[in-house]
Design a protein around this ligand. Structure first.
Ligand SMILES: [Zn+2]
Length: 254
């Protein structure tokens, strides 16, 4: 199993350190800034081997060059973003596998938030590092891709095992949950999760990771099949992509 450390930075970003205790290899996912990463590495006495980037936004790649210079690590990112990921060494595409010691991550292409967005799934540790594609009770804004692309990307993530831990890159859970409740006010799992989240946040605690099972039960961007959501939007179940697009549009204006 991997050791996973969550580092909160900036307003609401999470950086993750992933460490394989057998090989002692360590990766950082989406380093926005360098200092908290270097501090965490030092306190664990880990050496940085790799940077895994999910997409090119600055709050995900901001510390790439500094960390590479200071640790000599290798930088992995999307082939489609090769010109936008500072210091990229290894270009990845859908279906590629990345190794951290003996632990294998499957690379899944998830265009939508950006066109080159990729996520890293470690099946043996049931961990998904999904950047700004999937959030707890939400999903990333569509800056570059179409609703159809993002919907298809999310379908790929829905097919992962339910016990998969969802390590997303932002703490947006409470605001997402409030919006979700406007569409499904009577969903008991959503009510329960939101109550839990309120408690965690008022104690300044993280709500991440969630699990895929939890997201399937509460995340409106994964729930076009929900009769309550269809009713809220006055749409029918054979309009899945349209329902997704409408939920995204409503959230953008919420
Ligand atoms: Zn982003």
């Amino acid at each position: 199993m991997l050791d996973i450390i969550q580092i909160p930075v900036l307003n609401d970003n999470y950086i993750y350190l992933i460490h394989d205790p057998v090989s002692t290899e360590t990766a950082v996912v989406d380093p926005a800034v360098s200092e908290p990463v270097l501090d965490a590495l030092a306190s664990k006495e880990w050496q940085l081997t790799y940077i895994f980037n999910t997409h090119h936004h600055n709050d995900h790649v901001g510390a790439n060059l500094e960390l590479k210079q200071k640790t000599n690590c290798q930088i992995f990112g999307s082939e489609a973003d090769r010109k936008r990921i500072p210091g990229i060494d290894v270009e990845l595409k859908h279906g590629d596998q990345v190794k951290l010691g003996d632990q294998v991550a499957h690379v899944i292409s998830t265009p939508g938030h950006t066109l080159g967005h990729i996520v890293y799934h470690f099946p043996d540790s049931h961990a998904l590092f999904c950047g700004d594609t999937l959030f707890s009770m939400g999903c990333g804004r569509l800056f570059e891709g179409s609703p159809t692309q993002m919907w298809q990307s999310l379908q790929l993530l829905k097919d992962l095992p339910g016990k998969t831990d969802i390590y997303c890159a932002h703490e947006y859970t409470q605001a997402n949950g409030k919006f979700a409740l406007t569409l499904e006010p009577d969903n008991p799992q959503l009510q329960q999760r939101l109550a839990e989240v309120k408690q965690l946040r008022s104690a300044s605690k993280s709500t991440i990771p969630s699990s895929l099972d939890q997201e399937l039960a509460t995340n409106p961007f994964l729930r076009e099949h929900s009769p309550a959501i269809q009713q809220s939007l006055n749409m029918t179940e054979n309009e899945a992509v349209k329902i997704f697009a409408k939920v995204r549009e409503l959230k953008d204006r919420y």
